[in-house]
Write a protein that binds this ligand. Structure first.
Ligand code: GLA
Length: 411
């Protein structure tokens, strides 16, 4: 009996310790949404020749203005995020990071105030090593000071990159230390990591640990404005779904990188695929595009309430691929209210629309449509498909490289 009590005490102590170690900052209960400058604006620092597109306070002020005025904030995109290349080449006389004085003459504190006045939040970028990926000062050896600086400026999110970390031990230690440092500031700051991506070539990431420190984390290469990039992210995710899907949930998300919809590289069907699949994957939704010049179609897709509701579903479960059959992939994501989001992706890059027929018993381990269900099409256009019984099949027509996104609700 005493031995059993001892074991119980140990188990209890271990449970308390595990709970204490979890990243419990109360943030990112659903995948964060916003705008991030990197994919579209990269490291453009020459404001003399290109004032409209260089990484400067003007870019973020203009983006915040548009986000508040044109429905982006109201659709849920709340973070305006600065990526690499915002800094001056050196720290200031107190060893603090400082913004480039020419490109950010008012400073980050003022920019944060402005962004907050629009009902939005500000994100910033730093790196675990001694230099960022683009060669600006990194946070190595300055984790506490940098966290305090960001908090004192009123920053709401930190994207923490993993270039130039020195070693795998220093990489892991740096990601942990910055997480603790951010929490110590007392300010709510979403912590966006790339820890598993930089670890992976050498070591299997320990996702249980990563989730204890980060609100979301990149696993794979940077997204580009191209179909081959979107395809490679989806293929990688399907290949690794056994290890990454179960770990995602409120407070911690796999991050397949930015939405590039509204730029130059994706066709309409490919843009639909990115939006649908980022919703299935419970991905953080950070657009990297120019919201000042965006087509009405891209705006409609990015602001689509029904697809955003799937992305933001409160159950917080990431979706997964159920089957791959010739040119088609069938994915599902369990949603609250006994519902499932279902995506049918046609990856054939030749010919025209193709039909995919599947039994509804495939979905939700046979439970999604038991004994019957209603089926609503969300993308590429909203359409009510009516009620189906458990033994029915669905036949879905999908354009090349496109996706049909459905919501299936058990009745
Ligand atoms: C890395 C990251 C990108 C971006 C750049 C900036 O490549 O993965 O998302 O932040 O650095 O230099």
């Amino acid at each position: 009996m005493a031995a059993v009590r001892g074991v119980l005490r140990c188990a209890l102590a271990a449970a308390v310790l595990a709970a204490a170690l979890a990243l419990d900052n109360g943030l990112a209960r659903t995948p964060p949404m916003g705008w991030l400058h990197w994919e579209r604006f990269l490291c453009a620092t020459d404001c003399a020749t290109d004032p409209h597109r260089c990484v400067s306070e003007r870019l973020f002020v203009e983006m915040a203005d548009v986000m508040a005025a044109e429905g982006w904030r109201d659709a849920g995109y709340e973070f305006v995020c600065i990526d690499d290349c915002w800094m001056a080449p050196t720290r200031d006389e107190h060893d603090r990071l400082q913004a480039d004085p020419k490109r950010f003459p008012s400073g980050i504190r003022k920019l944060a105030d402005y962004v907050h006045s629009k009902g939005l939040k500000l994100g910033i970028y730093s790196d675990v090593g001694n230099k960022t990926c683009a060669g600006f000062p990194g946070s190595y050896n300055h984790y506490d000071l940098d966290a305090q600086t960001f908090a004192s400026w009123g920053v709401d999110l930190l994207k923490f990159d993993g270039c130039n970390s020195g070693s795998l031990e220093l990489l892991a230690e740096g990601y942990r230390r910055m997480s603790v440092a951010l929490n110590k500031t007392g300010r709510s700051i979403v912590y966006s990591c790339e820890w598993p991506f930089y670890l992976r070539p050498m070591q299997q990431p320990n996702y249980t640990e990563i989730k204890q420190y980060c609100n979301h984390w990149r696993n794979f290469f940077d997204v580009y404005d191209s179909w081959s990039s979107i395809k490679s992210i989806l293929d990688w995710t399907a290949l690794h779904q056994g290890s990454i899907v179960k770990i995602a949930g409120p407070g911690g998300w796999n991050d397949p990188d930015m939405l590039v919809i509204g730029n130059f590289g994706l066709s309409w069907d490919q843009a639909v695929t990115q939006m649908a699949m980022w919703a299935i994957m419970a991905a953080p939704l950070f657009m990297s595009n120019d919201l000042r010049h965006i087509s009405p179609e891209a705006k409609w897709l990015l602001q689509n309430k029904e697809v955003i509701a799937i992305n933001q579903d409160p159950l917080g479960k990431q979706g997964y691929q159920i089957t791959k059959d010739k040119n088609f992939e069938l994915w599902e994501r369990p949603l609250s209210g006994q519902a499932y989001a279902v995506a049918v992706l046609n990856h054939q890059e030749i010919g025209g629309p193709q039909n995919f027929t599947f039994s509804l018993t495939f979905l939700g381990n046979g439970l999604a449509c038991n004994p019957a269900c209603s089926v609503q099409q969300i993308l590429p256009a909203s359409r009510d498909w009516g009620v189906y019984s458990w033994v029915s099949s669905l036949s879905v027509e999908v354009n090349p490289t496109g996706t049909v996104l459905l919501k299936v609700v058990a009745l």
